[in-house]
Design a protein around this ligand. Sequence first.
Ligand SMILES: [Zn+2]
Length: 436
Amino acid sequence: MNKTVLIKNAHIVTVNRQMEVFKGDILVSGKHISAVSRQIDWQADEVFDAEGYIITPGFVQTHIHLCQVLFRNLADDLSLLEWLKEKIWPFEAAHTEQSIRVSARLGIAELFLSGTTTIMDMGTVRHQEAVFQELAEAGMRAVAGKTMMDFGEYPPGLQETTAASIDTSLRLLEKWHGFDEDRLQYAFAPRFALSCSEDLMRQTAKLAREHNVLFHTHASENKDEAELIRQRFGVSNIRLFETIGAANENLCLAHCVWSDENDRQLLKETDIKVLHCPSANLKLGSGIAPIPDYLKREITVSLGADGAPCNNNLNIFQEMRLAALIQKPLAGARTMPAEQVFRMGTINGARTLGMEDKIGSIEPDKRADLTFIKINQVHAIPFDNIYSKLVYSTQAADVQHVMIDGKWVVRDRILQTINETGLPDAVQKQIQMLNI
Ligand SMILES: [Zn+2]
């Protein structure tokens, strides 16, 4: 028998087709939502009084680097290619299995405490197994994959051959794709075109099609990067994916800051997904992605905090707020209204990951991934316009409880699956041991 939880008296932001918001009840049965309505009477195993809370779908962030969370606050004030060469690649090369484990745990803890329940993670070249184990144990929903890099000059810890990169990816896919009734899924994750051979990208595109999994990479983030790619391949970064046979609905491109008309047509025609990371684009000085134009063309755009060293948080509320604000000086104050941005952090993320039928809204038969937010915080009242409240004035610390697959992962701001008390010491110890 499935355990049932009856959640009463909540302000429910459903994100269903009609975008209904009402005060009512949610019945959770096992991993699923079995009913949502104004009043449910049911003899449940647990009754939870949610008076004073807004319940939203668990937030979805489609571009995260859990392995970089340990390097938070250690790589400021650099542009993308310097940031990678001087800081991030040497740091990632120094990582041990244990330091990656602590980095992932720290990231998941922060994501849970700020209401994110699903991520797509760009992993690590080595020890990706440790990231999967941490995701599995913590109870997070994730699409993750080992980072692939077989071209260019890197510290020894990051060098790998094309064959080894693909073999390791396939072994991980075999082991983790579909884990815990699909809570964890695999995505191929070539880092970006500058760090990959054309052979690797072509083979990966073919394998992603054969296994029907996502192809997750970075594209057109920075002007210099885009120019180097054009010099090497003779086409734009986004058109390159058409050349290598990867341009389809399973292709997820982080950033797409620098794109021309021709690129945008391809994004639309082939249903490529854009992963927008406003904080990272600002902090690395990359630019402002033309998101209002993508949305006008009905290209699917979702949100991600990217890596902690280029943000420096993994907080969806910050990303939603910035996604709206940075466009307004360019496209006018009416652009990117709060409701549209809120959809980017929920249902658009679900659509990006091919999980629109499972997550991203509060509806019967979807998975019970729920974020409970305190209503009466002084910095966020009144709340008559609920999307304004959620996008512009809610803070991460207003998240009080979080549920994934019907299980509590945060209760009264206490992590249920991670030992938070031990984290600061574990983090400091790993930083010292890496000696970076
Ligand atoms: Zn990234």
